[in-house]
Design a protein around this ligand. Sequence first.
Ligand SMILES: *Cc1c(COP(=O)(O)O)cnc(C)c1O
Length: 359
Amino acid sequence: MKRPFNFSAGPAVLPETVLQQAQAEMLDWQGSGMCVMEMSHRGKEFVSIAEQAEADLRTLLAIPDDYEVLFIQGGATAQFAFIPLNLLGDKTSADYVNTGQWSAKAIKEAQRYSSVNIVASSEDSGFTTIPSQDSWTLDSNAAYLHYTPNETIGGLAFPFIPTTDVPLVADMSSSILSRPIDVSQFGVIYAGAQKNIGPAGLTIVIVRKDLLGKTSPQLPSAFNYSKVADAGSMPNTPPTYSWYIAGLVFKWLLSLGGLSAMGAINERKAGKLYSGIDTSGFFSNPIDPACRSLMNVPFVLADANLDSVFLDEAKQAGLTTLKGHRSIGGMRASIYNAMPEQGVDTLIQFMQEFERTKG
Ligand SMILES: *Cc1c(COP(=O)(O)O)cnc(C)c1O
C-alpha cells in the first residue's frame, strides 16, 4: 500500500512513524496487555502516558512554570465560549481582532457572553493582510485581547505578536508547534489537536496561573480551567487515546530537534511552494507576502474551469485533499508539521507539469 500525500486542513496528516508505533502498541501497550483505549485514565499506565506528554509539550514550547497545561475535550470551537466564561471576571468587554473566518466565529460566540470590541479588521483588504498594530483601537479595560495567529481557511498569518497591557489570548489551532514561540507573551493559548498535534477530540489550553479563578457562574465545571488544572486535566474522563497519540507526536518533534528544527523545515516547505506559485503564470495566491501562512497555502488556477481536472489528476499523482474550503473555492495545500518535504516537492512538480500541459 502506498499512502498518498494528504493536504487536508484537518483532521490532517500524522507522522508515519507515530502511526506505526501506535499500530505496534495497539493490542499491548508496553507489556501492559492492554490497548491505551482500554486503560483506566486513573491507572498508573495511563497516568504515566499523560504526564510524559505534558512534560514533553512543556519542553517543546519551553512553557514557564507559572502556566497550567490542560488536555480537554470540545475542540477549539468550545473554547470560543469558554474563553470569555473563564476570563471575563468582573469585566464586561473583550477585544478581538477580525482576520477571517475563525476569528469571526470566535467573535460571534464571545458576543453571547460579553460585549466585544473589534480592535482591527482585515475585511477592507478582503482578508489578505493584517492591519499594523498602530492602527488598532485597544480598550485598556478589556478583559483580554483575542486573535487568531493563523487563519486556516484564508491562509493569512500574523507576522507579529500583538502587544497589549491586557492578557493576550491566541487560537493557535493550526499553527501551534510549527515554530518556537515565547509563551510568556500570552495569557492563554488554545488549540484543537487535529491539525498539528494529533487526533480530533483533544484540545490543549495553556493558561497563565494568575488568570485562573475569574470564572462566570454559568461555566460548566468540566471546562472551568481552574478546576481542570486542580484535577490534572482529569475532572472527568479525558480523551485518553488522543492524548496518547499527541504524546507520540511530541516525542517525534523532540527527536527531530524540537521547534527550531521544525520551524526551519516549515519555512523551507512553505517558501518553496509560495515561490512555485509566484513564479508561475497560472497559479496565484492573493495574500500579502508578509502575512502568508506557513501552514495553509491557498491558491487559485487562472482558469477555474480546470479546477476539477486539477484535483482529479492530482489525486492520480498521489496528492489528495487539495480542494479549497467550500466558502473560498480554488485550492488549499495544508502543509502541517507532518507533511513530508517530499510531499511539497511532489506537489510543486505536479503543478509545474500541469501548467506546462494545460495552462
Ligand atoms: C479548525 C480550527 C478551529 C475549529 O476547531 P474545532 O476543533 O473543529 O472546533 C478553530 N480555530 C482555528 C484557527 C482552526 O483552524
